[in-house]
Ligand binder design. Sequence first.
Ligand SMILES: [Zn+2]
Length: 284
Amino acid sequence: MNNNCPVCNGILASGIQPWHFECVTCCYEKADLQPTINDSSSHELINETERETGLREVRISNFNKLLRIISKLKPTGGTLVDVGCAHGWFVEAAMKKFDVLGVEPDEVVFKSTAAKGLPVRRGYFPDALEASETFDVVVFNDVIEHIPSIDNVLTACHARLNEGGLLVLNLPSSDGIFYKLSRLFCRIGKFGFFERLWQKDLPSPHVHYFNNKNLSDLLKKQNFAVIKSGMLPTLGLQGLYTRISYTGKQGMISRVFIYCAIAISLPILRLLPSDIIYIVAKKT
Ligand SMILES: [Zn+2]
């Protein structure tokens, strides 16, 4: 296994858990967790419908915010590919302005999105694309942190973007307050929250945790110029309970307790570093 940092090429040190590694130089973090996507048993672990409702409100509001940013940078529209488009929420919103294609590898999710009549193709990026297909915008919404070969995928993005094309990444941040809290809980032997944030034991676990700084450095190395970055809200009140419940591990009382604790803290949490960041980078 290659255990060098993809950002600064330093050797990754052992982290908090046997599967976790971190770079002491640039703070990049990696997990040696295996995806079980398209493995039928993995879908029984989480209830897809519950997962969908739980995430919907905050995701759609974040997607609209991202689209306003992209539209300002590409006022005449153009072609856009949404990699790992899942239920097609971003595809649907982006279709008003762009000529959109969604790509989704999970067969169950792909079928339900295609059934809504949305322009989606089954497969992985860039293999699912035609040899000559290029785009003005390539978007990864909560996807890039799941892809082990990060260098290859960024090279493919560069190759698949038209001149002046935009790469848009929306992903969890290791500077986020919930992530920092989860690391603190590990110090007192409570690993559940940390494992949950890495999506350990879910069909598609996270394999990277970046922050704005080290991700920008990686993009520069891959011939992209970062032109805009910022934070997006992690949580909304609507759908929060379903979101807490959807892995089905905690009991009723702890779910209610977590819900109340988060609901009360929401106004304060909004002032702290968010767990979701976005970066817009231009092909150079
Ligand atoms: Zn590093």
